[in-house]
Design a binder for this molecule. Sequence first.
Ligand code: BDP
Length: 682
Amino acid sequence: MRSMLRSLLTCAASLLFLLPLKAEDGSRLWLRQEGGANGSATLPSANRRLLPTLRIAADELRQAWRGAPVRLLLEKNDALAPDGFRIRPTASGVTISSATPAGVLYGAYRLLALQAMETSLTGELTESPAYDLRILNHWDNLDRTVERGYAGRSLWDWEELTDSMATDNPSSVTYQRYVAYARANASIGINGTVLNNVNASPQILTRAYLHGVKRLADIFRPYGLRVYLSVNFASPMALGELSTADPLDEDVRHWWKAKADEIYRLIPDFGGFLVKANSEGQPGPCDFGRTHAEGANMLADALAPHRGTVMWRAFVYSPTDADRAKQAYLEFQPLDGQFRPNVIIQVKNGPIDFQPREPYSPLFGAMPRTPLMAELQVTQEYLGHANHLAFLAPMWREFFDLVPPASLRAVAGVANIGTDDNWCGHPFAAANWYAFGRLAWNPALGSEAIANEWLRQTFGTDEAFVAPISQLMLESREAVVDYMMPLGLHHIFAWGHHYGPEPWCDIPGARPDWLPPYYHRADSIGIGFDRTRTGSDAVSQYPPALAELYNDPATCPEHYLLWFHHLPWNYAMKSGRTLWDELCRHYDRGVRQTRGFQQTWDAMKPYVDPDRFADVQARLRIQARDATWWRDACLLYFQTFARQPIPYDLERPIHGLDELKQVQLPIGNHECPDEELLNKYR
Ligand code: BDP
């Protein structure tokens, strides 16, 4: 009898296994728990201002929580940061407490995440965010294009938002999308958002747009998400109101104060400004003979009465003879201690520009009297746009592991979000949004833990799926480095769109530091950028022990080798092979890995719904072909200098160099090429 029952059960289970999985469009991200769970959550008594956030927490639990009753509590806890929370099993259920409503909400999402991951709460769980500010930077233009965005158009429908006659309709699709956006951010602890591109249109500060910003701020507020804006430093001039934007000019100072007052009347908890000044053609204080500190401080003074913050970017590099990797440091380090307390300097993780691998920016740790924040790029500008699967947690781990922890006050991520149904284009790109939030909350989290969390919530908890796919995710970024630019090579991308390879790119009259040969320096002797003490001396911007390490090719980690050194093609690597041989092997390995990813994914068909399965499958196919394109382009081009064969045990190139040099993808900086286009051009 028993064995019959068992075989019936096994039979039922395998039938279940054979049932097709319901198609999913990815729009629910990692928040896929069905409602109707009839959970119970009691609210603390709180004043009206605090209630909306607490209500969201209670509603989320009522809809999805299947465990014992939950009590929500506002309670000070000196051991935790303000938004930290405590989840405690008690005799009658579970208590979630925090000093702030946002903290309670984060606790509720954490509890629900544990349920979705089928992880039981064994004892008390306390969490505290490492940084007070965990913020997304949208590079969204007001015409709804997104600079370096590959997932459709900008979420912000400015036409509707700026229409003073329109009233907000909470059941409209756009409104629901705004809510879903805020909710997804809150579920991973993101608490700030800069709505517009750092290459900012001055129009954002006009009354109509500010009104639209207020509407978004009102929707986001209950989710603990504050709104910030990128501003154009010359706005008073560009809007035709003043004849100068000199930060020491009284009228200019007054203009910004009045503008700040106007914004705060609309949005009392407005976060502040993000500024790209004197960088890539943007205006800034240097245009008026003033320093970055004078510019930032002027804006800081305007925001200070309202407790607003200025995030001032250190992404500057003017056309000088200095190595581009040194320029942000040269400009900003001497200004240490000169900024107002409400200024944070926002520094990209690496000294150049979001490359697949960079050493950390030496500014971290070099400005002890100035708060700094890291800018990470979630959107894959330099990692295959929305076509390549590249899980970025391992890249950000490298950064957090090296940078002195005390040098960081906040973390920003350049968003990869758009109007695509699944938000981020590639079904796996949402893992990077998720990972960014989790690392900004807790920079000590391991990549594997994050991949597992995301997979279990996004696809399901079956280990037969989670184990191989989490492994694939963990290897994916290194694979990209291998097939694009291994061993410390960097910025050998095609001009403009940064998608494909163009190490030979030479545009007459262009700034040399916008061209790949500036970075790879390949010649008949060897390859790599000499940043040693006898070269550009960028190594000396690092703390002495690291400078020492990086300066000597024998001790420099091989993954940074050509970042810091120009070495002969026959230089002996740690493996005993020559540099040329090793370079070929890295490219080859990257290509082979993408093929392996295809194999791994195809075997996962039983575990994934048909739509997401097919979508990932198609993109992996593009990635595998792109990897070959990268390998062939780079190796055939470098071979013209190295004058050595590609080792005979490796796969041979399938393209010709001349043919690859003809490839000119007709895409702009907010487009991701599709398969048809790629097939046509490459
Ligand atoms: C580069 C992008 C460019 C951005 C710039 C920035 O190519 O589109 O405007 O950075 O961060 O990575 O300001």
